[in-house]
Ligand binder design. Sequence first.
Ligand SMILES: [Zn+2]
Length: 171
Amino acid sequence: MSAVVIHQWQVDNLPGLCMRCGMPATTRRGKTFSKAQGWVSILPIFGGLPWVICSALFRDRFHVRVPLCDGHRNHFNWQAGILWGGMALVAMLLAGCFAAIAHVDDQTLSRCFGFAGIVAAIWVILFVGNRFYGMTVAIINDDSAIIVGVSHRFAEECEREGQHVHEVARY
Ligand SMILES: [Zn+2]
């Protein structure tokens, strides 16, 4: 896997290769990459909650029409599914455990919370693993962004087009 710099002028006209594997693209999917703004990273010193809230509120965004092949057309749906589906599952299990507090004995209850904990741990591992493995944004600037986890071929093609435009602009 590789990393690619995408400039603002390229976002709607990326090379017709799957961003993920480099095969000819069959579709383009609108995707808004987003990342918490840099200053948010100092907030953990004030506690976890301000950090969580500000990382959700203050985000840089970069919209791209991403070329994808048939095999990877749902790449971003998987990412979102793991994030929100897992979060909903863990929240439901915890709610179930709390609801059971008054009705079951301690041993059963600790088993319930233990199970919820295991599911939460698996979810975190899947989520973090997917973040490292999938396509995601590393840096967002005013007029460009660096996307990581993209195919090497796609990155090369993108760079070649970028240089071509620079040369045309120069002469
Ligand atoms: Zn692909």
